[in-house]
Design a protein around this ligand. Structure first.
Ligand SMILES: [Zn+2]
Length: 503
């Protein structure tokens, strides 16, 4: 069908433009000298405008309308591709041009002000920006909700996770809320003595050695250094260029954990993004990563589900010795304790597996209420403190630098993003339960222990990677694991690993 072929051509063109946008973004955070920033900003904005104009053009709507009338003439994969084209078009066309410009101005100003406000623990100085970004996000929610018929918060959540209902999200979070704070308290009480038995690492652990260690783990995960690279940034991310995967990581000289886990996390993202199928449609929307939830499920699967297991401590310990030198901290038992250490901490990105989802729960409730209009920006520090007290037993009043100012998301008007972190973590655990059922627990342990993880990757590929955007998220989860997202797997996994120390 001509209209469909024309759409394929258009989306291939957009894919190529996005390739360069991703590289520009990666370069801006890794290599670009400071004086390059202004011109780069202009170049990126110009390219983004071009992408917007092409995607949201009346011609795209016309073509989509024609194709929708002849959908039955297309294959199943092509039909899924059209669904994803519609999604991209609707997202792009939902916002009026003048609103987009106001949004860019508001988030640029908030982004510029945020580091100093965070450093100086000055929420009052950030409040006008926060009011602006909340206002912008509420307005965006109204536009999107009007276009899609969804709820206000839901319409923003669906920007990052288009294929999951609010019901699934709410059920998962409401359930976790009933048992996770108690489990955290129980584990911390039980582990009081165990913590003092952990042998601390001897610093400094030199950067160039940590870099080699990181690359060693990337090779274990099958990372192709002919088709990607590893570099350093303050906040690790993966540049989403499929054919040329740009991983970044951060490190500190006191511990291997930041470098190792950030690298494995980003390698998980990279493996998913570069393997996303159906491969014959590369360059088409159906070949993209499904959603931020599914993306995060693959990174957390690598980083946490595998990386914090006892079997992984057996794999990692000789490698730590090889790259960072022999020292008393590097025994299998001590490395396991280091990797599985649970602490009550204020900072989300440093949180252990057990408390991580509580950090997300606290943020989700705040951003939902902000967008629904039942809470104002000025209330955020107070409610943040209430939530942290309830879920993690921590106070943050007067310490917004380690409280509500710690994350960049809200300064960028990224509302609706946080839940995907926790949902991804839950799904990762559910996926491992399926893989263990298929391969056998012993085989999985052996794969991890020996670093020969191909059987695990093969199943991930078959169940998740190959599918790309063929199915919507909830359908994909059901097909992969035989059931919808269930928090019982998550609970069982956390109890087994942290309460009973059996994993
Ligand atoms: Zn991630």
């Amino acid at each position: 069908m001509d209209a469909y072929r024309e759409l394929e051509g258009l989306f291939k063109k957009l894919y190529n433009f996005n390739h360069l946008l991703c590289l520009g973004f990666w370069d801006g955070r890794t290599m670009m000298p400071p004086k390059g920033a202004a011109a780069r900003g202009e170049a990126m904005a110009e390219l983004q405008r071009l992408v917007h104009d092409l995607l949201a053009a009346p011609r795209t709507r016309e073509l989509l309308d024609t194709v929708q009338q002849h959908l039955s003439e297309l294959s199943t994969v092509e039909q899924a591709n059209v669904r994803e084209m519609e999604l991209q078009y609707t997202r792009e066309a939902a916002l009026p041009a003048d609103f987009v410009q106001r949004k860019v101005r508001a988030v640029t100003a908030a982004r510029a002000a945020w580091p100093a406000c965070k450093r100086d623990n000055d929420f009052a100085a950030f409040l006008p920006h926060m009011e602006q970004t909340v206002g912008i996000a509420r307005e965006e929610a109204q536009h999107r909700s009007a276009a899609s018929g969804e709820g206000l918060y839901e319409s923003l959540f669906h920007m990052y996770e288009p294929g999951m209902s609010m019901e699934t999200l709410t059920c998962a979070f409401e359930d976790v809320k009933t048992w996770l704070p108690g489990l955290l308290r129980e584990v911390l009480d039980n582990d009081k003595d165990a913590v003092s038995s952990i042998i601390p690492m001897q610093a400094p652990l030199h950067f160039d050695r940590q870099m080699l260690l990181a690359k060693h783990f990337m090779r274990i995960w099958g990372f192709d250094f002919e088709a990607g690279r590893l570099d350093l940034t303050v906040h690790p991310f993966t540049g989403m260029v499929k054919e040329d995967s740009r991983i970044t990581m951060s490190f500190n000289e006191e511990s291997y954990k930041q470098c190792v886990f950030a690298t494995i996390h980003e390698t998980g993202h990279s493996k998913y993004e570069t393997s996303c199928g159906p491969i014959e449609l590369r360059g088409q929307p159906v070949c993209e990563g499904r959603s931020m939830t599914v993306h995060e499920s693959q990174s957390r699967f690598a980083e946490v589900v595998i990386g914090c297991s006892s079997a992984f401590a057996e794999l990692a310990t000789p490698l730590l010795r090889e790259h960072l030198g022999d020292q008393p901290a590097f025994t299998v038992e001590n490395v396991r304790k280091l990797n599985q250490q649970v602490t009550r901490g204020h900072i989300r990105v440093k949180a252990d597996e057990l408390s991580y989802s509580l950090h997300i729960l606290a943020r989700y409730e705040i951003e939902r209420d902000l967008i629904e209009g039942t809470m104002e920006a000025a209330d955020v520090p107070r409610v943040w403190n209430d939530n942290m007290k309830e879920y993690l037993g921590l106070e943050t009043l007067g310490r917004d630098d380690i409280g509500c100012l710690q994350d960049i998301h809200w300064s960028q008007a990224y509302f609706g993003y946080f839940p995907t972190y926790a949902l991804g973590s839950m799904f990762a655990v559910q996926l491992m339960a399926t893989i263990k059922k298929q391969l056998g627990d012993d085989v999985v342990q052996e794969c991890i222990r020996t670093g020969k993880m191909e059987p695990i990757f093969t199943l991930q590929k078959e169940l998740i990677w190959d599918k790309g955007c063929l199915y919507e998220t909830e359908d994909l989860l059901r097909r992969a694991t035989g059931e919808r997202l269930r928090t019982t797997h998550f609970k069982e996994h956390l109890e087994r690993r942290y309460l009973r120390h059996e994993d």
